[in-house]
Design a protein around this ligand. Sequence first.
Ligand SMILES: [Zn+2]
Length: 435
Amino acid sequence: MSESESASQQPEAEEQAGERHHQRLLSIIPKQRPLRPDPSGRYFINEAQHDSTRLAARMIPLAAPHLLASLTNLLATAPPSLPWSGAFAKGLYCGLFVGPTSIAYLFLWLSKTHPDLLIDGKSPADYCAAYLALDQDKYGPEETNRSGCSLNHEFMCYNAVKACHTQDLRYVRAFVDNIDKLTMRPAFIEVLFGRAGLLSLMRTVKYFVPAAGEILDPHVDAVIEHCLSYDPWTFGVRPDHQKRYIGAAHGDIGIIASIVLSNASYAPRVQPRLERILALQLEDGNWPACDDDDSEKKGEELVQFCHGAPGMIWCLVAIQPFFPDLRDRIEAAVDKARGVVWEKGMLTKEPCLCHGITGNALTLTEPQRSHFLFYATAGIVKNGLADGAFEKSSDESGLWWSEAGRAWGWMMMDYEQSGRGNSLRDIGFPGVTNP
Ligand SMILES: [Zn+2]
């Protein structure tokens, strides 16, 4: 029986066991010093770097109770009911990024990885359905000034996730019929607001609804060709302020990953762009946010999923099998990148996937991964937000910036702990490197 199955049968007992385990861990830490931020304020000084006792004291032998605690908190903070409780942008739904559809996407994945998990007698599939029934159909198909065309576009994400959940091809058709109408920002290629995000949504639909492949494949190739027709890729809301971002959320590595994971035959076409990214790695293992930004002072680069080494690792691990010629270079780059994540990746922002401890932890291997995730456990997050050690996110439930993202991390860790595979490849970052 897997941990998840036992958790599903006795959620309260497991939760208490998790809490006891957590208290025990705290009690054996030799000297409990508060976390000290680096002078930049961006990250906490990682004292375990030179202190193996601290490192050993903060292992997470069982992710399952933490998954359950996180989901329980999520359901309490942002229940699947109206009016929607979300605080981000006055409760605006933003696809896989923030809002109920982003939480539905978490439960969609849990319905695959943890189908037997029950909370209050309901399964992940039940919760997926509940989070998809919150008036999403009030969001129209048009592209607006702030929607972009993909991961942040409620209509596109809703139809993609609804198709996965129901297996109903009508939602797939609603999705593809709208692709050619999203003409407002054709130069947006990055995953969050741009065309590459459409690729990952279509990939998800094909993954959960194999019969949709026939409908989607021509659109996948057309979107890839559209992406490749822009060189270099740039991003910026203002047309006169475009930057050559290279990170996972707004730049080249996320685009490259989404193209190759959608159709591996395009790998040779993007290989030169990938080689350029590898060449831009800095001495300390990190990457600058942009290819063209020499004003960025050394040592001030961001170390998070959206910009910097963590996002590079998520993407490079996922795409490495498609670039056999670059295998050694990619492995060396990932190893070097893990060094800077370990040193500067315990971020002071609220633990989350996009720019927080959870997203950074998953780029590391054990025991470093556990050490980071210790700081994303429920009690530490709660206390850290209350005493100001963590900087509160502007969203308190969604997938990229808050609790649903923490649950996503626990889902991945439990998947690995129960010996089911490599979670960076088999599950990935939602909307970017998912298979
Ligand atoms: Zn971010």
